[in-house]
Design a protein around this ligand. Structure first.
Ligand SMILES: [Ca+2]
Ligand SMILES: [Ca+2]
Ligand SMILES: [Ca+2]
Length: 160
């Protein structure tokens, strides 16, 4: 009997914790919040989007590299989407081809810039942290405006 009492309490405790955690945090917010203080610092946001951009860059590169020779020529990168993303500018070595590193670096840089700008917009009280409430407000505002993300692949990187 004593044993049941001892183990009964922690169980109730965990159930309570579960209820607390059911607060509305988007899954991305939770992942991005590296130190789990339920606020996002700019560093956390940037780290999150850069990490995603890296994965996305690798996938994108594989898709673009039609003949699998580990470089993407201008022909291979000619699609509309590439132009929209400005990927042609990713050729930092100026050899007319894109390497995987160039594609990844390009997407990372873009993601970082975007995240920095967006962070300033979302952090309404400018205390350097985005709270779940601030993130929610920003989302709602966008919904009201009926604003569609201009690039679907970019919006999916947004933790805010
Ligand atoms: Ca945090
Ligand atoms: Ca190049
Ligand atoms: Ca804030």
């Amino acid at each position: 009997m004593k044993l049941i009492k001892i183990f009964g309490l922690p169980l109730a405790f965990f159930i309570c914790m579960g209820a607390v955690q059911a607060k509305e945090l988007s899954p991305r917010f939770v992942v991005a919040d590296a130190n789990k203080d339920e606020k996002l610092s700019k560093d956390e946001v940037v780290a999150f989007v850069v990490n995603r951009a890296e994965k996305r860059g690798e996938e994108l590169f594989q898709k673009l590299d039609a003949n699998n020779d580990s470089s993407v020529t201008k022909d291979e990168a000619k699609g509309k989407k590439m132009q929209k993303m400005g990927l042609i500018n990713a050729d930092t070595s100026n050899d007319g081809k894109l390497s995987k590193d160039e594609v990844v670096a390009f997407l990372e840089k873009k993601a970082e810039e975007r995240a920095g700008k967006r962070f300033l917009q979302v952090d309404k009280n400018a205390d350097g942290f985005v709270t779940p409430e601030e993130a929610k407000q920003a989302k709602q505002k966008e919904k009201e405006k009926g604003k569609e993300a201009d690039d679907d692949t970019e919006s999916e990187n947004e933790p805010l």
